[in-house]
Design a protein around this ligand. Structure first.
Ligand code: ATP
Ligand code: MG
Ligand code: MG
Ligand code: MG
Length: 559
């Protein structure tokens, strides 16, 4: 491809309003253009990389017997009413009316659609197991779209659905998917970790998330170095171990003193009402507890999920029960004067549709007063589980790292087939609900995650597996005939074996080099003064120095 014919609107300045590295780099490298909040045009470089990621996903889906289909984006409301999710999905579901005032959802995920498809087409167990997948644009009206393609409102997902007559078959496909995802994320060059996850609002019994390790990640992974255990903190089950306040401080990075009320807590922790969950470790009565604080749009309030170092998981329904468990009187948890360090530890993103059915009667309050006021006021469920100073499975101290959820695999069971009537006749001629699994890869998010971890101060460094082009030919000077002819010839030759981007623009060499670094192709060939002696300069994107190579040897050099 000739760069003069491409559309790569690179920026010289670093965009100020982009909060994540990948977002900044992708804007600078002319890869995306925001059209509305969380809604982007994918420019040519992005499109090429997405194609490569999609190709890898396709290959790995096909390899385990997944068959590609393409379902509609517009979902009739009736189907979502059958599953109960027209209500339950809440404001993240984008909705619209047609000219006859019929209501539709813009698909955020396709369980309803695929169940509706199969309940008409599938009669006998003999067709099972079956795995169908699609790669498609999804719509979610995220409360806080951000970080470029990491959290969009319109994004590309690969979603797969599997169908089975029994649990063994479901487990088999689940494990195939798990392996398939492991291969996908390895192939695209991500440093990832598969973690146990909370099945949350979507239901189902068994689920893993695939996390690309990155500081910008909105999820927190609890893991230990002593074992291979790793879980999303929303799921992690920890037991208390002894740890000093200093160690705790060490572990939890940021101190946040002077938090006074639920609202200021929310403000302080930068919790947007409605979506994000933050986790804090606080010390009350000498006990460390970890709480998840979640903004709640409807109630204009924050929700609190607390982890307490109790023997077993306890569901608290009333304020009194909490007070009892804390051995405190209402309104004053922890004796006046107790040192109550408040550590902002990390942040975890909310699950889809955290239930919002709270009302006045199940409001809970945790108040801690001493010279420093601390109040957490929450609504909804309090969940206290063994937390505090944490260990997992007796296998060592828990550590935390941040991850970007790039994929998730789910055993759904019969949730959707029961509510929507997807049954088949089994071997004995009995009608049984079909067991399902669902499996998502955030394709556009994966692209951002790759950029997040493959770059230097000058720009992106594409892994070979997804790079938009293999080689960048750059002319140092467009007025010199020898240079131009050499570059043209090289372009012709290299194209036979490689994907080549040829910077034939009449720009200054400095501009071209800066753009080339930003775009980040694995090899750069500069055709300059050496051309008259049959030499070009080749530099790997990861190397500092270029080497002079005879034109005849270029092909073997970059092979
Ligand atoms: P998150 O917790 O980040 O909101 P999710 O758990 O709601 O994600 P899933 O329903 O599991 O997402 O969807 C499957 C995959 O789609 C996710 O693992 C993620 O990679 C991707 N994804 C979800 N929401 C978005 C989004 N708003 N923008 C880009 N990718 C997304
Ligand atoms: Mg999630
Ligand atoms: Mg979500
Ligand atoms: Mg998920």
């Amino acid at each position: 491809m000739r760069q003069s014919q491409m559309f790569i609107p690179t920026l010289r300045e670093t965009p100020q309003d982009a909060e994540s590295l990948s977002h900044r780099l992708m804007l600078k490298a002319g890869m995306i253009k925001q059209m509305a909040s969380g809604i982007y045009t994918y420019l040519p470089i992005t499109k090429l990389v997405l194609n490569n990621i999609e190709q890898i996903v396709r290959e790995e889906m096909n390899r385990i017997g997944g068959v590609e289909i393409h379902m509609p984006v517009l979902h009739p409301k009736e189907l979502w009413e059958e599953s109960g999710r027209w209500e339950a999905y809440g404001s993240e579901l984008m909705r619209m009316n047609d000219r006859h005032d019929r209501e539709f959802a813009l698909g955020p995920t396709h369980e309803e659609m695929i169940v509706a498809l199969l309940r008409d087409e599938l009669k006998s167990y003999k067709k099972l197991p079956l795995t169908l997948f699609q790669i498609q644009t999804k719509f979610r009206d995220e409360l806080r779209p951000r970080y470029g393609l990491l959290r969009g409102r319109e994004f590309i997902m690969k979603d797969a659905y599997s169908f089975h007559t029994n649990d063994e078959s479901l487990t088999e496909t689940y494990e195939d998917m798990y392996d398939s995802y492991s291969r996908i994320f390895k192939r695209v060059g991500l440093n990832y970790r598969a973690v146990e996850a909370d099945s949350g609002a979507i239901g189902g019994s068994h689920t893993h998330e695939f996390m690309a390790l990155a500081d910008i990640g909105e999820d927190t992974i609890a893991y230990t170095e002593e074992s291979d255990y790793a879980a999303n903190i929303e799921k992690a089950e920890c037991q208390p171990v002894e740890k000093s306040t200093d160690e705790m401080k060490e572990m939890s990075k940021v101190e946040t003193p002077g938090v006074t009320s639920c609202q200021s807590l929310a403000d302080h922790l930068d919790i947007p009402l409605g979506e994000t969950t933050k986790t804090m470790v606080i010390k009350i009565n000498g006990e460390f507890i970890m709480i998840l604080v979640r903004g709640d749009q409807e109630l204009n309030d924050v929700k609190v999920k607390a982890f307490f170092n109790a023997e077993e998981e306890i569901e608290f329904a009333t304020e009194e029960e909490i007070m009892q468990n804390f051995n405190a009187t209402p309104g004053s948890l922890g004796p006046v004067g107790t040192d109550i360090p408040v550590y902002l530890d990390f942040q975890v993103d909310a699950m889809v549709n955290y239930p919002t059915g709270a009302n006045e009667t199940n409001q809970h309050f945790i108040n801690v007063n001493h010279n420093r006021d601390f109040e957490v006021r929450g609504t909804g469920d309090f969940r206290f589980i063994n937390e505090g100073e944490m260990a997992i499975d007796g296998s060592g101290r828990v550590k935390f790292m941040k991850g970007i959820e790039v994929g998730q695999v789910f055993k759904l069971g019969t949730k959707y087939s029961e509510s929507m009537g997807l049954n088949v006749l089994d071997e004995n001629g009995r009608s049984v609900p079909v067991m399902m699994g669902c499996y998502g890869v955030g394709v556009s998010r994966t692209l951002s995650a790759i950029v997040e971890s493959h770059h230097d101060e000058r720009g992106i460094i594409w892994p070979k597996s997804v790079t938009p082009f293999d080689v960048h030919i750059v002319t140092a000077n467009n007025k010199d005939e020898t240079i131009l002819n050499t570059a043209e010839e090289l372009y012709e030759t290299l194209q036979k074996e490689h994907k080549v981007l040829y910077d034939d623009r009449k720009e200054r060499a400095g501009v071209k080099f800066a753009d080339s670094d930003l775009i980040g192709l694995p090899y750069r060939i500069v055709v300059g003064r050496g051309a008259k002696d049959g030499m070009v300069e080749i530099k790997k994107r990861t190397d500092e120095k270029s080497v002079d190579v005879n034109i005849a040897d270029v092909l073997s050099f970059i092979a």
